[in-house]
Design a protein around this ligand. Sequence first.
Ligand SMILES: *[C@@H]1O[C@H](CO)[C@@H](O)[C@H](O)[C@H]1NC(C)=O
Ligand SMILES: *[C@@H]1O[C@H](CO)[C@@H](O)[C@H](O)[C@H]1NC(C)=O
Ligand SMILES: *[C@@H]1O[C@H](CO)[C@@H](O)[C@H](O)[C@H]1NC(C)=O
Ligand SMILES: *[C@@H]1O[C@H](CO)[C@@H](O)[C@H](O)[C@H]1NC(C)=O
Ligand SMILES: *[C@@H]1O[C@H](CO)[C@@H](O)[C@H](O)[C@H]1NC(C)=O
Ligand SMILES: *[C@@H]1O[C@H](CO)[C@@H](O)[C@H](O)[C@H]1NC(C)=O
Ligand SMILES: *[C@@H]1O[C@H](CO)[C@@H](O)[C@H](O)[C@H]1NC(C)=O
Ligand SMILES: *[C@@H]1O[C@H](CO)[C@@H](O)[C@H](O)[C@H]1NC(C)=O
Length: 533
Amino acid sequence: MRLLLSALATTLACFHLADAAVNAGAADAMDGMQNALDIQREQMTRMSNLMSSAKSPPGGPAKGSTITFKNPAAKKFEVDGTKIPLVNFDAGPSWSGLMPISGAKNETRKLFFWFWPANNPADTKDLIFWTNGGPGCSSLEGFLQENGPICKPIHFYNPAWSWGQAAPTPNPFSWTNLSHVLWVEQPVGTGFSQGNATISNDDELAAQLMGFLEQFLDVFSELKGNNLWLTGESYAGFYVPYIANWIYEHPGLDLNLKGIWIADPSLSYGLVQQEIPALRFAQANKNLFPFNSSFWAQLQQISDECGYTDYLDKFVTYPPAGQLPLVATNGTFTVTPNCRMHSPIQRAIGLLNPVFDVYRVSDTFPNLWSVLGFPRATQEFIYFNRTDVQDAIHAPHIEWQSCTDNTVYINPLTGGPGRDTSIPSTLSVLPNVIDKSVRTVIVHGLADFILIAEGTRIAIQNMTWGGAQGFHTPIENETFTVKNMGVYGNMHTERKLTYVEFFFSGHMTPQFVPWAAYNTISYLLGRQPSPST
Ligand SMILES: *[C@@H]1O[C@H](CO)[C@@H](O)[C@H](O)[C@H]1NC(C)=O
Ligand SMILES: *[C@@H]1O[C@H](CO)[C@@H](O)[C@H](O)[C@H]1NC(C)=O
Ligand SMILES: *[C@@H]1O[C@H](CO)[C@@H](O)[C@H](O)[C@H]1NC(C)=O
Ligand SMILES: *[C@@H]1O[C@H](CO)[C@@H](O)[C@H](O)[C@H]1NC(C)=O
Ligand SMILES: *[C@@H]1O[C@H](CO)[C@@H](O)[C@H](O)[C@H]1NC(C)=O
Ligand SMILES: *[C@@H]1O[C@H](CO)[C@@H](O)[C@H](O)[C@H]1NC(C)=O
Ligand SMILES: *[C@@H]1O[C@H](CO)[C@@H](O)[C@H](O)[C@H]1NC(C)=O
Ligand SMILES: *[C@@H]1O[C@H](CO)[C@@H](O)[C@H](O)[C@H]1NC(C)=O
């Protein structure tokens, strides 16, 4: 960019000089553009090498599996890795299907799972559980687009197929390169899962998930005794800490829970993770939020009046001075209408950038299409809605939705649709989970606007764990690095809690910066001493 600008300046400066000088300016400008093109080509080659690095693991592609199951009941869950529709490479063995949440004969509630063995025989003592959020969003989205072995990373720079990939490719940053992985569509009401929702909080959700895991281990009993790592994204900031807490408080599951990892998690109120940091986020990303000056002034006025402007500087100190106050709520947890900041910004930017993506604010026209139809349906078919796909993975023939239109919680008084009545995890179960775990990792993408990283900082500073409130020393800038790439964000660890912020990443961190997310999982599992490489 700098090269191009200086070339342009030279051209303009020469405008009134002789033809020769103008031609020299033009030549210089062309050199500048040629340089830029060359650098872009180098970058494409580097990316291509990076993405193909795992295509040929030492000893060639895995044949067979790092684990086999003796129970005859496992047989009907087997998936043939050569017969997954549209996947034109041998994805290897895996197991999927519906598993009831209890052993009761009349049990009608079943969760859909897809289990993939670890690539490497050395990694078979670990089991990662993954859930997407929502509530009601399918973990198959994580499987296909984020951390699974067959992946469609949107950023893959394939010169022949720009904007979104047209075919699946092996994912070198699949978490199966570190551990066995179990993707589960939960709670009941999500994706292919069967039966009617019966829960109204996340303790009940956790009890059902634990019931599912017990049934799962009955069939896949070779996994018993494994280390268990619970991971998830977004609303899984509720799910995962509650499930972990339930497992810690109800011993008996034949897995050894060791820690959790949550990405761009819902940890607190909308006030904290959306409203307070929204204007600061837009200001810090001004090129992507090019508002007119009267709108900026209007937002600034709301921010000043509602107590947002100096909130971070005043209260998010290291260590914190005390409990962090609620502002703009008038005694409830809900922001008063005149103090809404996040929605007006999202609405206004959506007018200027019609494909604005609240999950990754750097998206611009045109839409990248997604084979899962999320966040925007711009695709002819939805992969998991195809009957050939459903047959290949033992899924029911139903209209699969990435995120269900229906609520997965009920109102316990009426039995009708309801809402999660759980208290956010930072103010309830998460401290206990951190204390009981070997490691807890929270990560957040800095280009995520549906939940904002600075809001996660507020939530952490207001949490009391390990005998104290918040981090006691500041999160230093430029402390997270990725090998061969460089500084990739910020990180901090205290009292067994690690927090990492990723540059560039939108909401789905394993999708947008798979190299960065992979390192934090490797760290979680104790395979590397720091998330940085
Ligand atoms: C199954 O039957 C038991 C005992 O009859 C009953 O309490 C339970 O609610 C039933 N479960 C379902 C899912 O229908
Ligand atoms: C996957 O695992 C293999 C074997 O341990 C390793 O050589 C490779 O670098 C790993 N891939 C990534 C992306 O780290
Ligand atoms: C789910 O609820 C519907 C409507 O209340 C009912 O008709 C159906 O039998 C229930 N299904 C199961 C599997 O319990
Ligand atoms: C901070 O935590 C306290 C409870 O520990 C809670 O009362 C308060 O509302 C929280 N503040 C924010 C901003 O979440
Ligand atoms: C809270 O309520 C008071 C009294 O109704 C009102 O004057 C004030 O503006 C409200 N504060 C906010 C932040 O909406
Ligand atoms: C400035 O932006 C706001 C928010 O989108 C809009 O309502 C207003 O019409 C804009 N003003 C002008 C002059 O375009
Ligand atoms: C899902 O598949 C069914 C049956 O093939 C079809 O009727 C429906 O339109 C599909 N839905 C979507 C969103 O693709
Ligand atoms: C850290 O980076 C942020 C964002 O770029 C900046 O606003 C802040 O001043 C930096 N902090 C320090 C201590 O340098």
